[in-house]
Write a protein that binds this ligand. Sequence first.
Ligand SMILES: [Fe+2]
Length: 160
Amino acid sequence: MNASGSVDPPTSSRPKANQLIEIQVPQAPSVSFRPLLFSTSQGYFVNILRVKRSGILSRHQHTGPVHATTLKGRWHYLEHDWWAEEGGYSFEPPGETHTLEVPEGCDEMATLFHVTGAYVYVDPYGKAEKVEDVFSKIKMAREHYEKVGLGADFVNQFIR
Ligand SMILES: [Fe+2]
């Protein structure tokens, strides 16, 4: 009970994930991701990728299937004539290499990605430059949560 005689709402020492800006993990300038699930047992991850700039983001190949639901904005792959639009669903088959672009005039893109296996980032000639998978995502998130004061273990709630 507080000084005015009313009962304060219960509080939890654990931050509520959905209320935190810090839950977004920066991965590049104007690019961040919000972890939803890191499946180390099955080798996939689910996250919401947020991009707050237009232009080419990356050229990459997938070693496993990718399912995407666009929540906000729009984007496309230079290699295809379809566009990922708000509310739309896209499938990316394993083995495909493509180049992600957010168009001019799109201030923010947010997409829920379910990614099995790895992203292999490649140069314009297809040479691998960097690999990203559930384990590198966990590492990035762990380091970010430690840095912003949530604690490295904050990432554990997403790991299955
Ligand atoms: Fe992709």
